[in-house]
Structure formats: C-alpha cells, structure tokens
Write a protein that binds this ligand. Sequence first.
Ligand code: FES
Length: 102
Amino acid sequence: MIPVADLGEVPPGRKLGRRVAGTRILLVNAGSGIHAYEDRCRHRDVPLCDGKLEQGVLTCPAHEWRYDADTGCAIERPGVRLRRFPVRIEAARILVDIGGSR
Ligand code: FES
C-alpha cells in the first residue's frame, strides 16, 4: 500500500488525479467512501481526472462515456469497467495498492 493523498484532499463529491510509480490513479469520493481507479477512460485512455463528477457519475471529457463512480462500471456499456485498486485509510492518509487491481 502506497500513500497517495491526504483524506482531506478528496472530500465528498470530489476527485483527484495522481501519478504513483508510473501509474495514473484517480481517487473518487462520490459520498460512499474513497475509491481508486486507473485514471484512463476505457475508450481511448483519456484521463478521467479532467472530466466531471456529478451525482455519483464520472464523465469522460473526450467523448462523454459515463461511469458509476462507486463501481467503475460504464453506464451505457455493459461489461466495460475501470481498473480498480484496493484502498485503505490510515491516519487520515489514503493508501492504494497499485499491484492489487481487480
Ligand atoms: S476517451 Fe473517454 S469517451 Fe472517448
């Protein structure tokens, strides 16, 4: 697990892009907790940190594919899902296991 950000940097309704060990990570807090995804749209690898997060939906800035922020699943494309990393909160730090994607 690698520290990626402080908990206070990702309050409810916010997202944050970070690069850790060569991997682009998107931290998302849609209200139900912090999730970590690879920061690449499944369409053409555009960073989703530049997109919108509204009412639990992440929208890619390029062609507006939409993802459920709590699951990483593409809303209009069954079977398409963002790569997700395990997250742990420890002493107000967000830790991510970039080797443990699922
Ligand atoms: S790159 Fe995200 S929708 Fe096309």
